[in-house]
Design a protein around this ligand. Structure first.
Ligand code: UT7
Length: 331
């Protein structure tokens, strides 16, 4: 099995663990179709989704992030005392300040560690991996806890048939640590500089003016679809070059779980061999933005479709338009 060779400067880093948390309420397509003019058949054919997971009122972004984080630290075989930094990705934390990461640090009993949020939407988890890898590479940290948590059911107009049925709630977390050999390749990451508003969350003042409890997700789905299937897929090919591997070396592909047809288009563009295990977690989870990749990764390890030590290509993309893609060794 191919391993990542020295593909970045500084101390190597790897994922020690990953964990996922699914909102506990299952919402089927049939249930959803009471709110929009659609059908189970249409949603399955166009997106691959059969059901999505939503959080109950008690499952806040903090509670879900804490549950995933505790599992990730335990699976890493370390103690919370070992954590040198905590970074959280979220677009659905309902408070501009303080950061969700500071509340998560308090919930976990962490003190005197840097704790801050990033906002990179559905590319968030891949951004977190790159940030954590960089902290380890620079020597600033040996163990970085990264977490992504989203309650997108709060952020949808449930009557909007062009977006509402896509989204779910959940969290994921991982520990990135210093290692003897590299287990994370340098990310190919960026923003397009165009189509900034193709997908995002409406401004708070607009939501207040419309007397909504929360701002809603708005998007031009077709535009995002085309961009992801073409330009982002090309970035994923660049990530393989940056990792100094080819598609033949991959064991796992985990794209952002936005639409099964986007995953299909990426597979065609990347020409992945049949032996590569592909996550279709969107089928039962919906799109959980930054949390989608760690939830999917954890599920593949749990159901045996992926194994520790395999090389996985990760591809995150979303609002901004932002993307990040890298190769990791499965924890
Ligand atoms: O997390 C990152 C951000 N989000 C994404 O990556 C999402 C990317 N985009 C998508 O997943 C897809 O564009 C959607 C799933 C949102 C839409 O699928 P589509 O295949 O692009 O549908 P469309 O908007 O082109 O609409 C096709 C047809 C239209 O009917 P006509 O004009 O062909 O008669 C729509 O009116 O499907 C109709 N339609 C629906 N029918 C039943 C649109 N939404 C629905 C619906 N149920 N919910």
């Amino acid at each position: 099995m191919k391993t990542l060779t020295s593909c970045a400067s500084g101390s190597p880093a790897r994922l020690l663990s990953v964990a996922g948390y699914r909102g506990s309420r299952v919402v089927s397509n049939h249930e959803f179709c009471q709110w929009i003019d659609s059908s189970d058949e249409w949603i399955q054919q166009r997106t691959g989704i059969t059901e999505r997971r939503w959080a109950t009122p008690d499952e806040t972004v903090l509670q879900m992030a804490a549950a995933a984080s505790r599992d990730a630290v335990q699976r890493a075989g370390i103690s919370l005392d070992n954590i040198d930094a905590l970074i959280v990705a979220t677009v659905s934390h309902q408070q501009q300040s303080p950061a969700l990461a500071t509340a998560l640090a308090a919930a976990l009993g962490l003190s005197d560690v840097p704790a801050f949020d990033i906002s990179a939407a559905c590319a968030g988890f891949c951004y977190l991996i790159e940030l954590a890898r960089s902290l380890v590479a620079s020597g600033a940290a040996r163990h970085v806890l990264i977490a992504a948590s989203e309650r997108l059911s709060d952020m949808i107009d449930i009557t909007d048939r062009s977006t509402a049925f896509l989204f779910g709630d959940g969290a994921g977390a991982a520990v990135v640590a210093a290692a003897d050999t590299p287990g994370i390749s340098p990310a190919v990451w960026g923003t397009t500089g165009t189509n900034v508003a193709a997908v995002g969350i409406e401004p708070w003042p607009d939501a207040v003016a419309k007397r909504q409890a929360f701002p809603h997700i708005v998007m031009d789905g077709a535009k995002v679809f085309r961009w992801a299937a073409t330009e982002v897929a090309a970035k994923a090919l660049e990530a393989l070059v940056a990792a100094n591997i080819t598609v033949a070396d991959l064991g796992v592909f985990i794209g952002h779980q936005a639409n099964s047809r986007i995953i299909d288009a990426m597979l065609r563009r990347l020409a992945l061999p049949d032996h590569v295990a592909v996550s279709r977690d969107i089928r039962i989870q919906g799109n959980t933005s930054a949390a989608s990749i760690p939830i999917a990764m954890s599920a593949m390890l749990e159901d045996g479709s992926a194994h520790c030590g395999q090389l996985a290509l990760l591809v995150g993309f979303g609002a901004g338009l932002s993307y990040a893609t890298q190769v990791v060794t499965m924890p």
